[in-house]
Design a protein around this ligand. Structure first.
Ligand SMILES: Cc1cc2nc3c(=O)[nH]c(=O)nc-3n(C[C@H](O)[C@H](O)[C@H](O)COP(=O)(O)OP(=O)(O)OC[C@H]3O[C@@H](n4cnc5c(N)ncnc54)[C@H](O)[C@@H]3O)c2cc1C
Length: 391
């Protein structure tokens, strides 16, 4: 029984779960103790296992070599990815799904297809010191110079730059008919003028690092402009919509793992002559967690189904915000309760609850903070009404 889905969807879910349980979860503690790194042969084996399971580039069109999964099928896989700590499941690549539709034939050959084949990897440089939630406040510049653009700016938190060989760089045009508008560029990481300023440490322990990067007089051919001048923000919004839903899916997976592990521990751990599970105080922590997981999961699944049905784009945007807001806050509450159930063990890095307690915190910050999701919803409510958004 359970949530209604086709045999194919259930098989994808089972395959993803088996992959995470067999190839990834057993390596979490080793990764935690080694700055997120695993031996090369293990990473290679994980890559192969993910590809064999049919999970490479699952959000990319089949005609370009991707797996062509529906949004719902992607959610099922990402949910299982979320059950694993230390970002180990990130091996399942999800390149920029909005890109093929706007890429030129040349960009398809040089970037999209090799990325789908797993030969190239991208990262995103949008955020700046003074432009975080307010993405439109970016100060990075792009100046047209003959057949090139010249890019300048300093970007923060550039995730996965250490495994990427090209970067999407968002800038403001300084001149020409579209001066002042935003544009997005593809920049090869070995282009002269790119410098890693620093690689700060973050709360989580994973092999994908987040750098502060300087772009000084970086020259890219005009053919590396994505879409048209002035389009920049549209792509950021498409990416946000996709990622917010997938954040929700991963948070559901994390919450399920935490509930399973904390329940097993509570039933086995004996204090005062009986399992701690026998105390209502512990039972209620788990009952609340289970209830909130079910609510978050239904929202996530229904939003994915709505996208696959071709729901109105604005409504999709609102639903993805609700999923991101609710599921990320839910998972943080569940992690906090799980740490409490594990007691002192829950404060040790070898414990799954301790790792999730740190790792899940960022889900309330990146891809738009909880406050920004609330602001989006508060903006939509008077325009569309409660029935359109939650009917
Ligand atoms: C680990 C990590 C990885 C990241 N990876 C990338 C990446 O790969 N590429 C990239 O470009 N960016 C990346 N980011 C940046 C991320 O998207 C931003 O951190 C996020 O959008 C918030 O911006 P900020 O940190 O500047 O916070 P700020 O915008 O300064 O916000 C600070 C606080 O003020 C609140 N706030 C701001 N405005 C309002 C408002 N109008 N109403 C109410 N409250 C408000 C916020 O909710 C927050 O609580 C990453 C961040 C992290 C932590």
């Amino acid at each position: 029984m359970g949530y209604p889905m086709s045999d194919e969807e259930r098989a994808i879910q089972a395959r993803a779960r088996e992959l995470m349980d067999g190839e990834f979860i057993p390596h979490e503690v080793e990764a935690e103790m080694n700055q997120g790194e695993l031996p090369e042969d293990v990473v290679e084996r994980q890559h192969k296992a993910a590809a064999q399971a049919g999970f490479h580039a699952l959000n990319m069109p089949r005609e370009l070599g991707g797996a062509g999964f529906t949004t719902f099928q992607q959610v099922l896989v990402q949910e299982q990815v979320g059950r694993v700590t230390n970002g180990l499941g990130w091996i399942i690549d999800t390149p920029a799904a909005w890109f093929p539709a706007v890429a030129t034939a040349d960009q398809i050959e040089r970037y999209v297809k090799p990325t789908i084949r797993g030969e190239r990897h991208e990262c995103y440089a949008i955020t700046e010191e003074n432009a975080g939630s307010d993405v439109a406040a970016i100060q990075a510049t792009a100046r047209r110079d003959g057949d090139d653009y010249v890019l300048n700016g300093v970007k923060w938190h550039v995730t996965s730059y250490n495994v990427a060989d090209y970067v999407f760089f968002q800038a403001r045009l300084t001149d020409g008919p579209n001066a002042g508008t935003a544009a997005l560029f593809i920049v090869d990481m070995d282009t002269p003028g790119i410098r890693v300023v620093r690689t700060p440490r973050y709360s989580h322990t994973m092999r994908f690092h987040h750098a502060e990067m300087e772009f000084r007089d970086v020259r890219v051919p005009a053919t590396n402009l994505v879409g048209s001048e002035g389009d920049g923000m549209a792509y950021a919004y498409a990416w946000f919509r996709y990622e917010r839903l997938m954040v929700g899916a991963r948070c559901c997976g994390a919450a399920e793992r935490l509930i399973d592990e904390a329940t097993a521990f509570a039933r086995a751990r004996v204090q005062f002559g009986r399992p701690i599970y026998d105390n209502q105080a512990i039972q209620f922590l788990l009952a609340d967690s289970l209830t909130e997981l079910w609510a978050a999961r239904l929202m996530t699944y229904e939003t994915a189904r709505g996208i696959d049905r071709g729901e109105d784009l604005k409504v999709q945007h609102g639903h993805c915000s609700m999923v991101k807001l609710y599921a990320s806050e839910m998972a943080n509450r569940v992690a906090d309760r799980a740490v409490q159930i594990f007691g002192g063990r829950g404060y040790m890095r070898e414990n799954v609850a301790e790792r999730f307690f740190r790792e899940l915190r960022v889900e309330r910050i990146w891809e738009g903070t909880s406050e920004i999701q609330r602001a989006i919803l508060a903006d939509q409510l008077p325009k569309r009404g409660a029935a359109a958004l939650a009917g």
